[in-house]
Each structure stands twice: as structure tokens, then as C-alpha cells.
Design a protein around this ligand. Structure first.
Ligand code: CP
Length: 354
């Protein structure tokens, strides 16, 4: 049966649409008060986030027993999903794959364009449209900035739209990473998300996770942010503008130890040298932006140490033993947060929560 296109009223061409403010575009990626496509961190408000976290918690509890697992894996057993990940990924790919399996969704995957008909000259646009002939959802990671959004825009203009989930695009956004990061904060702080100081460390210029996480922090009251980075890799002006617009206080510094003591969460990131154009990463001394074992005695007893992973040397391995190091839990939280998101998009979340 043919489905009604979501965006029947959009006649703008792609360039015109792409240039619009994200706030203007959000209604076109939503359906009946729910996210339809998940493309930007700005799509999540506090109410949606709390609902997703409750669903994720309920999924964890229910799936501890076979009866609950069988119930969950029947909820979307009529659905199929495509995982189109043509940029390297371990945890985003695997957590989405396993989230689909938990929900009973059957999956297909392409992880390298050399194995698709793109090598025969098929455009990326035609390739993703082909996926929608076979599946009910496309989860994708693509190197081209804006391509995930373009896919959603294209699909929503066809008579067979399918939800598109952004698993990380270019260096601009990684909304589901921000979702799982915020879920990790929510669990670490027992749901008390207001009045926190979050310190983000590393290559903030090219790290899409810190950009998306900053957007999500707007949903909470009295959040203070500290950005610690080498001068070359400071947070981009558009994010700083966003913070000013929403009266969210922030500091920028190269002195990591000066902001450690106040932190409720320290979010470490690696240098993003895959985006290098002129080998600029090699010229930077990144060692002042490492979290070392000796730092454990400087931070609060309740401070959590996070990292989207993969890591290189940003966190000394012996730090992993400290109970405040939550990055392995954070990684696992990703699977539950993503399963919750999928259940929200397909409208079965209320069956899980109740
Ligand atoms: N955090 C994250 O996106 O990890 P992967 O690149 O392994 O998916």
C-alpha cells in the first residue's frame, strides 16, 4: 500500500531547503508530534528526551527476562531496516544493529560503496532511494555534510517515504551520540539534569559529538559549559553564538586543570585528524588535553568521565578502573537509547513504558 508523503507542502528545491534555519525545517522531519526522521540534535526537547530515557530504562528492565525479550522482539517484527554506513564505525553501527535486533527488526547493511552499484556510476541519491524499495527505515553514516538530511528530504517527497536516522554526517552532527551521552548523564545524575557544569575537552572544532551535545544541553536549566582545546581546535563560532543566544554561560580555555574541580562531567574527545586538509593535526601538542590518573584526585567524587570513543591517548587506560569513568557504560547506553528512539519513531514506545 502506498503511503502519503510526509512533506507534501514542500516545493522548494534542495539548495533552497538546505539553506533554511534548522528551526524552520524541523516540522518537515516530524509526524504527528513525533520525530519521523532523526537528523539534528535540535529535534530533541526536554519532554522527548525524558520520554526516550524512560523507554530505554524500561527496555533494559523488560529484556532481562525471556518473556520480556519475546514481548519486545515482537513489537516491530514486521519491520526491516537498512544500515548504510559508508564511513568507518564500530559502536554506532553495532549499537544500531543490535537495537534493531532487540526490537525484532530485520536488517540489511552496506558498509562500503565499493560493494554497491555506486561503483557502476549510480548516484548516492538513487542508491538510498533503492533502499526504500525494500526496507521501512534507513540508518546511515555518510561523509558528505548534509547528505543524510538530503536523503530525508528526498524520501519525504516520494510516495514511499521511510524514516532516516543520522548515524553521524560529515563533521557537523551526531544526534544519536548526543542522545546517548545525555542518557548517560541522566543515569549518572539520577535524573537531576539541571545546575550542572560540563567540561568538554579536545578537538572541539571538528568533533561532531561535542557540537550535538552542546545543542542538547540547552534543554536543561543553569548548565555551565567549559570548552578546553588547543587554540587551533576551538569550538566553532556558530555553537558559541547558539550559547549566547540562549544565555548559556561558557568559558574557553587551554588550561584543563583550571576547570577540572568544578566539573560534574568531563567529556573527553580525540583529535579528529581524518578531517585534516593540510596535516594541521600533526603540528599540535595534544598532551595537555589528556586525562591522566593523577587527575582523579582533583575532580569531584561525583564527577563522571565520559568519552564518545574510540579513544587514543586522551584517557589513560588505568583511569578505566575508577567508578567515575563511565565511557564503557556510555557505549552500552547507546544501544538502549537507540532502541528507544526506534520505538518512538514507530510509535510503540507507550507499549514498552506501560
Ligand atoms: N562514538 C562513535 O560514533 O563511535 P564509532 O565511530 O565507532 O561509531
Amino acid at each position: 500500500m502506498e503511503r502519503t508523503p510526509v512533506m507534501t507542502s514542500i516545493n522548494a528545491n534542495w539548495e533552497e531547503f538546505y539553506s533554511k534555519e534548522i528551526s524552520e525545517k524541523l516540522p518537515f522531519f516530524a509526524k504527528e508530534d513525533r520525530l519521523y526522521d532523526c537528523l539534528f540534535a535540535q529535534q530533541f526537547d526536554r519532554e522527548i528526551l525524558t520520554g526516550l530515557f524512560k523507554t530505554a530504562d524500561a527496555l533494559r528492565t523488560l529484556t532481562q527476562h525471556k518473556e520480556g525479550m519475546d514481548f519486545i522482539s515482537n513489537l516491530l517484527s514486521d519491520k526491516r531496516a537498512m544500515l548504510y554506513f559508508v564511513q568507518p564505525s564500530t559502536r554506532t553501527f553495532l549499537s544500531f544493529l543490535n537495537a534493531c535486533h532487540i526490537m525484532g527488526i530485520k536488517t540489511s547493511e552496506i558498509r562500503d560503496t565499493s560493494t554497491s552499484s555506486e561503483v557502476k556510476g549510480e548516484s548516492a541519491e538513487d542508491t538510498v532511494r533503492t533502499f526504500s524499495s525494500y526496507v521501512d527505515m534507513i540508518i546511515m553514516r555518510h561523509p558528505t555534510p548534509g547528505f543524510v538530511e538530503k536523503t530525508a528530504w528526498l524520501m519525504n517527497r516520494t510516495n514511499r517515504p521511510v524514516p532516516i536516522i543520522n548515524g553521524g554526517s560529515g563533521k557537523d552532527q551526531h544526534p544519536t551520540q548526543a542522545l546517548l551521552d545525555t542518557y548517560t548523564l541522566y543515569r549518572s545524575f539520577n535524573g537531576e539534569m539541571d545546575n550542572k557544569t560540563i567540561v568538554m575537552v579536545g578537538d572541539l572544532k571538528r568533533g561532531r559529538t561535542v557540537r550535538s551535545l552542546t545543542y542538547l544541553m540547552k534543554n536543561y536549566k543553569n548548565i555551565k559549559l567549559a570548552f578546553v582545546s588547543p587554540g587551533q581546535f576551538r569550538m566553532e563560532p556558530d555553537i558559541l553564538e547558539f550559547l549566547k543566544r540562549h544565555n548559556m554561560p561558557y568559558v574557553e580555555t587551554e588550561d584543563f586543570s583550571s576547570v577540572m574541580k568544578e566539573a560534574d562531567a568531563i567529556y573527553m574527545t580525540r583529535i579528529q585528524d581524518e578531517h585534516d586538509k593540510a596535516g594541521e593535526s600533526g603540528k599540535v601538542d595534544y598532551s595537555p588535553f589528556y586525562f591522566r590518573r593523577e587527575h582523579l584526585k582533583l575532580i569531584k567524587k561525583t564527577c563522571v568521565i565520559m568519552h564518545p570513543l574510540p579513544r587514543r591517548h586522551e584517557i589513560e587506560v588505568s583511569v578505566d578502573e575508577d567508578p567515575r569513568a563511565v565511557f564503557w557504560r556510555q557505549e552500552r547506553n547507546g544501544m538502549w537509547a537507540r532502541a528507544a528512539l526506534i520505538s518512538h519513531i514507530f510509535g510503540v514506545d507507550s507499549k514498552i513504558k506501560h
